[in-house]
Design a protein. Sequence first.
Length: 264
Amino acid sequence: MEHAIGELPWEAVGLAIGTLLAGFINALAGGGTLLTFPALMAFTSGVGANCTSTLALLPAAMSSSLAYRRELSEDRAWLTWLAPISLVGAIIGGLLVILPSPEHFDRIVPFLALTASVLFALQPLLAPRIAMAESASRKPPLWVLFSQFLIAIYGAYFGAGIGIMMLALLGLLPLGGIQRANALKILLAGLINLVASLIFLAGPYLFGVEAAIRWDLLALMVPLAILGGYMGGFFGRKIPKLYLRIFVLIVGFGQTIWFFLRMG
């Protein structure tokens, strides 16, 4: 059921706070969709929440990339390999959202939320791999490209946990530290969100599907996402991430339980 912002004022406040935190958290590690997606479910359907969340957080990724522009300038060689494969995967993932029925997507959401929450919880075990490998090669192996392709499909389809997935994968490459891996992750995630957003925008015109993006909600979310994204990129090296991780895990697993109860 669709609801206007004025009909649910407290939910609108929660959406605003969640969007600001999502932009901030995405710049640090990922998982911001775990905050925006459930908040949007109070106003629209699962497909509408997914499409609106993706579009709202896109500017946040761009503003975070500006804060990491120095690190990104050192990794252009990796981008020439990872960006095109991410582009193709994002096209497939975006089409998977708008072409199946909304009921089909709503049944999958609880399992996607659970997967993302578990991946976020496992990040401390995966992150140390970022210190591995000091190879001179600037060409990722085929299995890394294929893994990034699958991550891009998932990222455009749902998005929550994509940052953790990419940090785990990029940690196997000789990037020279977690900050450079995080900078590359932010840019690739932004590319995936951009492609998915374009598909969501064009869907009603190209495929005749029902428009799912809530523009009234976007007007509230986009400025807050940009602010949160830039703040996260700017202050990311100074703020202890443990407190943010605990908060996201509580929200992520709490919302996962809610999704399963709602489904059953």
